[in-house]
Write a protein that binds this ligand. Structure first.
Ligand SMILES: [Mn+2]
Length: 343
C-alpha cells in the first residue's frame, strides 16, 4: 500500500520526529510505540482536555522538528507545510487530508478497522523496528477496536495471557487501557504525559497496573463515577433518546453515558458535564446502542450549540463554549428526527 510505505519511509528517514497524540489510551499507546521504534524527539498532547491539534501547537512543532506525526488526531485545517506531516488516525477526516502520507482506514480502506495505536504498531513492524507488541494493543482495547487485520497481525506477537479475560472480567490489556484513560480523566494532558512515561518504562502490562499514580487515578475515577451515577437523572426526550446533566471536574461523561445507556435501556444517552475543562470548553458525550448514529447526533447538536462535534456510531462528543441551553438544543435535534438518525 503506497500511503503506508511512504509513511514508513518518512519515519525511517527522519532523526527528529515530533509526535502530537490524543490524550486517551489510543493516542498514548500509539505515541509510546512510535517513540520506542523511531527517533522521536518530542511528544506533545493537546492541552487542558481539548480535542484536536491546536494550530499554534502544529506550527511550533513544524518550526522545531523535521517531521510531525499526528496520532489518533489529524492536523488542523490550513496546516502549513503538509509535506512534513504524517497522519496516523482512524477518525473520518474533515475533507481531504493534506499530508506527506495519510495512514487512515477512511483514506486507505484496505487497512480495515484499526485503532490509531495499532496503525502505529504496524508502521514499526513494517520498518523492522523493535517494540513491545502489547503496547499498541492497549490503545486498540481502549478504543473498543480490538479487531481488524492490523490488530490480528499484532496479536500474534503478544503473550496470550495478556488477552485472557471474558466472563465479565477485563483482560490485562483492557485493564491497562482503563488505567491510562483514568489518568487523563483526572489530569487531562498531564495525566497522558504521566501514562506515556509509565507505559514507556513498563516491561509488562503488570508494571503499568502497579504504578501508584495511575492506580490512584483509577480509584478516583471509580469513586467519582459512583457519586455521579447516584445523582444522575436521565430525561427522556422521546425516541429512546435521553439527556443527563452533571457537574464534575473529571472527564467522566463518556463512562457515565455508557453506564446510563445500559441501566436505562435507551437507544442513545447524552451526558452534559457543565463543569468547563481546563481549556475552557464544556462537553456533551454520547453513547448509543448502535440503532442511532451518535456521530450524526453529535454533529447536529454541535451546529445547534456553535461548537465542534463528531465521533462514531456508538460513541461521540460535542465541545462548545459554556452558555447555551443544552437541553433545548438537544430537544430540537431529537424532535427534528432527520432520516439519517434512524429514529
Ligand atoms: Mn482512537
Amino acid at each position: 500500500v503506497r500511503e503506508v510505505r511512504k509513511a514508513v519511509e518518512f519515519l525511517e528517514g527522519s532523526d527528529d520526529i515530533c509526535v502530537i497524540a490524543d490524550i486517551d489510551a489510543d493516542g498514548v499507546a500509539g505515541a509510546a510505540t512510535l517513540r520506542e521504534a523511531f527517533d522521536v524527539s518530542e511528544v506533545l498532547f493537546p492541552p487542558g482536555g481539548m480535542y484536536g491539534v491546536p494550530p499554534d501547537m502544529m506550527e511550533e512543532a513544524l518550526r522545531s522538528h523535521d517531521l510531525v506525526v499526528t496520532v489518533d488526531l489529524s492536523p488542523p485545517a490550513g496546516c502549513p507545510e503538509p509535506d512534513r506531516v504524517v497522519i496516523v488516525d482512524h477518525h473520518p477526516p474533515d475533507g481531504e487530508p493534506r499530508a506527506a502520507a495519510v495512514v487512515n482506514p477512511h483514506v486507505v480502506p484496505t487497512l480495515g478497522d484499526a485503532s490509531a495505536s495499532a496503525l502505529a504498531g504496524m508502521l514499526a513492524h513494517l520498518a523492522g523496528r523493535r517494540f513491545r507488541p502489547w503496547v499498541p494493543l492497549v490503545g486498540a482495547f481502549g478504543d473498543n477496536m480490538a479487531r481488524g487485520p492490523v490488530f490480528e497481525t499484532l496479536k500474534g506477537g503478544v503473550d496470550p495471557v495478556y488477552l485472557r479475560g471474558g466472563h465479565g472480567r477485563l483482560n490485562l490489556l483492557q485493564n491497562v487501557a482503563a488505567h491510562v484513560n483514568a489518568a487523563r480523566r483526572v489530569m487531562f494532558d498531564e495525566g497522558a504525559r504521566i501514562a506515556l512515561e509509565v507505559m514507556s518504562e513498563a516491561e509488562t502490562p503488570k508494571d503499568v497496573l502497579e504504578d501508584p499514580e495511575l492506580s490512584r487515578c483509577r480509584m478516583e475515577v471509580r469513586r467519582e463515577t459512583e457519586r455521579l451515577m447516584s445523582e444522575a437523572e436521565v430525561e427522556d426526550f422521546g425516541a429512546g433518546c435521553g439527556l443527563a446533566t452533571v457537574a464534575s471536574g473529571f472527564d467522566v461523561e463518556g463512562i457515565l453515558a455508557l453506564r446510563l445507556l445500559d441501566d436505562e435501556g435507551m437507544r442513545l444517552v447524552a451526558v452534559y458535564n457543565e463543569t468547563p475543562k481546563p481549556c475552557g470548553y464544556v462537553k456533551v458525550s454520547f453513547r448509543s446502542d448502535g440503532s442511532v448514529d451518535a456521530g450524526v447526533v453529535a454533529r447536529e447538536l454541535a451546529s445547534e450549540l456553535g461548537g465542534r462535534g463528531g465521533g462514531h456510531r456508538e460513541a461521540a462528543a460535542v465541545y462548545f463554549e459554556p452558555g447555551p441551553d443544552v437541553s433545548e438544543a438537544f430537544r430540537r435535534v431529537v424532535s427534528r428526527r432527520p432520516p439519517k438518525l434512524d429514529l
